[in-house]
Design a protein around this ligand. Sequence first.
Ligand code: ZN
Length: 279
Amino acid sequence: MAVSAVHLESDAFLVCMNHALSTEKEEVMGLCIGEVDTNRIVHIHSVIILRRSDKRKDRVEISPEQLSAASTEAEISFDQGPEQMAAHFLNMRHRLADMTGRPMRVVGWYHSHPHITVWPSHVDVRTQAMYQMMDQGFVGLIFSCFIEDKNTKTGRVLYTCFQSVQAQKSSEYERIEIPIHVVPHEAIGKVCLESAVELPRILCQEEQDTYRRIHSLTHLDPITKIHNGSVFTKNLCSQMSAISGPLLQWLEDRLELNKHSIIKLQKEKERLTQELASL
Ligand code: ZN
């Protein structure tokens, strides 16, 4: 039976959006962490960004340090079979419970559709069906980005949540839409915060890797090397303005908000202490 709805916490949503908007050249992918309640509502508290192992389209891999130092063997890619993915998910359940102190687990996956429709492809629907075989409550999220609204000429981001069901007349699978709600939450989860901060680190690392690889080529003339160096610097600067800057702003706003709540809570505490003393 399909899940009834998905509640995506706003901070996790922000991390997904940041991740999806970080590149328009290829799809990005990540995992959703959370829990499923008795009403079959999936609550997503945070997400884990999966790192691309190389710049080839559609290939991603999980970075070991993202989960814990002990998870050196954890590697997930689109190339791997669903059985291997399932084994990794089961491994992760234990680790996530350790990290958060709550029985968190991988409840779904998300990926981006740059420049294309938000609806899942046939491959997406089939992949989703395989994930559901190991976990019925598993959900798939898609973020379609870098799409221009024809009327307003402004950029649009669309997102959807889906599950797969067996089609009635054939052996194929088809998608069903799951209602998804972005819900505000007072505190940012540890995993969510780590993922948010991880994104600029991953992107910077990718640029560095590419630059080092090109720079080690010996046949390049000095002018080409200087050119490559400036492209590297330019890319890092764009990342800072597009990703790191807004992230820092978000965290600063959050800090400001927290300071206000501390003051409010302290006043409340004083009031209660006084009340207690007068009893
Ligand atoms: Zn897709």
